[in-house]
Design a protein around this ligand. Sequence first.
Ligand code: PEP
Length: 252
Amino acid sequence: MRTPLVAGNWKMNKTAAQARQLVQEMLPGLQAVTTVERVICPPFPAIWAVSELLQGTGIGLGAQNLYWEASGAFTGEVSPGMVKEFCQYVILGHSERRAYFGETDVTVNRKVKAALANELIPIVCVGETLTENEAGQTAAVIERQLRLGLQELSPEQGQKLVIAYEPVWAIGTGRAASGTGANAVVADCIRPTLASLFGEAVAQSIRILYGGSVTAANAAEFFSQPEIDGALVGGASLKPAEFVPITQAAAR
Ligand code: PEP
């Protein structure tokens, strides 16, 4: 059995003060959903404030990025140890980081290894663009992202991963994939690739989330799919009236 996981990616939204207020609004609803792993990923300056509010609540905290070096002259970057002080999870390889900040499969791989070495759970994002989708390249793109992004990891390390399938054309567009379509990508490409990297048993144990315009209205469609183990939620994770019901749908 794979425990469902719902993570909220706040992206570059909310000051520390606003983050505190948003967490306070969501907290009672999120705490009631005990059978789902719930994770909030605020921007770095809000991490400390949110971590204080989440202590003892059972709700996890994640960062949206990290750098692979432990310390040094890397202006503007944040090390795994700095993240680990407050967080249990880290989103890596998000398509916005790949598109706007030069992240590649090679840098994703370095970050995944650094996160694991610091006992952080990486939520590794993969997914095809609209052009790649329309060219019939979805499986090839995702397989490449997984093979390069996860290269040189042992099965023991593989077991600790969470994968998020996020078709780029569905992120922030209001145009979600269909439940069956997303399930097919996971069943036909993502889990088989994980099995070839880490073995079938490990592949079966890895949580694979769907992300891309998930809302309270469509969440159940994804969670009813046998291969989808939760969601990475962007825009809707900033709205308690959306995010709490999404976690409730994952519990059903
Ligand atoms: C995301 O940023 O990971 C995401 C899925 O965004 P949205 O839910 O807004 O499409």
